[in-house]
Design a protein around this ligand. Sequence first.
Ligand SMILES: C[S@@+](CC[C@H](N)C(=O)[O-])C[C@H]1O[C@@H](n2cnc3c(N)ncnc32)[C@H](O)[C@@H]1O
Length: 447
Amino acid sequence: MQEKDKLTAECVDLNHQGQGVCKFDGFPIFVDYLLPGEKATIVINRLTKNYGFGAILELLEKSPNRVEPRCSAFGKCGGCEIMHLDYSGQLEYKKQMAISTFHKIGHLDNLPVAGILGMDDPYFYRNKVQIPFQQQNGKAVCGFFKRGSHEIYPLSECYIEPVLATAIAKFLRDLFNDYRIPAYNEKNRSGVLRHVLIRKNIVDEYMVVIITNTRTFANQDEIVRKLVSHFANIKTVIHSFNPKDSNVVLGSKSRVLFGGGILNEKLLGLHFTVSHQSFFQTNFEQTEKLYKTVLKYANPKKNETIVDGYCGVGTVSLYLAGHCKKVIGIEIVEDAIKDAKGNAMINGIENAEFMVGKAEEEILKLEDVHIDTMVIDPPRKGCDPRLLAAIKARKIGKIIYVSCDVATLARDLEMLVTDYEIKEITLVDMFPQICDVETVARLELKS
Ligand SMILES: C[S@@+](CC[C@H](N)C(=O)[O-])C[C@H]1O[C@@H](n2cnc3c(N)ncnc32)[C@H](O)[C@@H]1O
């Protein structure tokens, strides 16, 4: 087999990026937008020692799960990966992908995967978007990066972010072009506008964060005035200064340009204020299902203490606090802990405490506390092994592990199964049209 070869291929599986897997004498070729059961004429675009990549030239046999993607940019813009697969097919794919990852990475088989909770309407669900800007042909454009590249596919419509978020990003793009303020160029680090972060709450109010490479930007007052007078739903505008040569979106310095600098959220009957640097789950409908699963799995008694190891603005902690004696939340971002403490106050919750720091270090300071249940919801990279070691050493009875990356979850579960039994796993589809899936696992100490 050589690059540019044209072959007839049969797709047997989907990989973790949603590409069709075709095998030629056992040698895998990954083909964009081909689905299991489908046959196609493909062209080989790239070969490595262990696998290759191909593209569809002609689809010969179609899967019954194939649907017409709703977005005209699908396949060009890299934002969505599996919009060509019907929603029941997406849910089944995510479940099978999780099971195979537990096997391949965690060497764990026959795990009790109860099922996957899907959305009623799997579109327009993101309540936070970070839209990069780039200069193309002398003008600022915004959108998602094309698959596997750092070139932006210009945004015209989007079916996973709120319609108003798309409109706000395009309006800002036009304003910056009107004032001839160039977008950031990551190669020579010139230009101004890097990203716009847009957050929406459950009552359709918006926070807009303008992230630039420069300490200030020209025509700032006019830009903000025009933006907020065009979109009455924008409640606050923030400027974040990020001169760093990295992929991190937000800078460490920021100023409020309009409004109070925070967004008010409501989840499961509780009120939360969220500042622009704090983490908040990106899909309201599914977050409620996720947190209800955490509560069901924790099943706390009124005399129990729970530690919420990666607590963000205290959402899970405060939800659980109503069902147990005490919750202690730990979180690395100082602003998020300020939000969490404020959130406890506005909800009148007095049995929740919060600590700033790394979960793997702060847990060691809780020597004198009897912990009944440990909730862990780490970022994609999973838990620091020191935290897992501390949990095992303290023989904490129950662990509820919430994860947005099945691969690191599988790695961490393998470390825990020496001492813990995995009782049940539920998947929650927080990210329709994209390959990622959220997972909740309930573990109990072996007797
Ligand atoms: C996936 S979020 C979960 C937040 C929260 N459970 C929720 O549902 O909103 C992970 C959180 O862990 C925080 N974090 C990252 N590394 C950490 C560490 N080593 N110790 C404590 N918190 C950490 C992040 O800032 C983020 O708020």
